[in-house]
Design a binder for this molecule. Sequence first.
Ligand code: F3S
Length: 410
Amino acid sequence: MLNGEFGPATQKAMRILTSIGDIYGAERMARTEHVHVASGTVISTGTGGAQFIEWMAENGGRARCYATVNPSAIDSTHWKRLGIPREYYDWQLRLNRAYETMGIITAYSCTPYLVGNVPHFGELMCSAESSAIPMYNGYFGARTNRQGNPSSLSSALTGRVPVYGLLLDENRFGNMVIDVRIPCRSDHDWATLGYFIGKHAVSRIPVLVGIEDGVSLDHCKMMCAGMNSSGAVPHFHIVGITPEAPTLDAALGGKKPLETCVYDKAARREMERHLCNASGEAVDMVVLGCPHVSVYQLQQIAGLLEGRRVKEGVLMEVLTSDAIKAVADRQGLTKTIEESGALLLSRTCPTCYPLGECMAASMGIRSMATDSSKMAHYAAADSGRIPVYYGTTEQVIDAAVSGIWTAAEE
Ligand code: F3S
């Protein structure tokens, strides 16, 4: 590959991987069967990045493993209604064509593990998308470093990954403890816990103790999204639950933790106050599905919306992938959600389309309500600084229906 025998794109991809390997002191390159590529949206590639990806497609780049791609700047059906400018649409189509040519699976989702990109325990793989990386490491027990677009695309096109960092046994142990002293039951509870973990762990590997039962994939997904908004956490352990953590001692590799942080009622309240920064009570936009929802979550959302109407003037988005939406269509969930006036969007999210960059002001969006700590963080800090109401899924849906935010009782 490095000698150019597989064409210029594969050669360039291998050059990128060997350079990364050299920087991090990798001793070898390993085969990989699963890769999740970062830049599905032209918002994050920019036009220069999109041209680079087109060049890779035109010069023979072809996927050599099960490779999926992150959300795009346009959804499958509602992009015109959302007012996405034509220039983004045109660039996005160019990017889409390049991924299709390369045989990258155009899942356009930040939850690739819900659409078949599932490695086995211990598998060396490559994932971009900050919420998916700790899911692969901590939930599935596969091994990935935090990767970005050039590196993940290069791994997809070579089926190889340089072996360093979290791919090695010795770097996978936890080094700090999060002592969870309150029950975490809802997706929102886990999203808030994740935000707390990111603030305290920063880029270390937390080991969670005190979580006894009721841990679902959706819970961990919300937690992982939160912890990589306030921090850059590559991996986590939940003692007794995640694959590499049968005991606290095993999770810590027999060493003492550098720090123990207590997550209690006061800590949760502090995170909620930080994330719920809007005032004035009127809600213009409501977002559920960060990260992209599962069918199970759609069932809950449809149940809460059934027979109700989203208030006129409120834009309510529920975000998922094409694959999950196809099941929702069949099960009548899309119909229930869209009869309420909400939009079920597949392939995108407000940080992947130019909401903050150019659309929020023209659409009259002055506040957003969400149950996701990641969406709350990015809407306020990244997507044009939109004031955010942060609460439970139930609270957020009530706000969509009334157009008014009602704070939870203390
Ligand atoms: Fe996914 Fe967008 Fe959230 S990419 S994790 S829905 S910010």
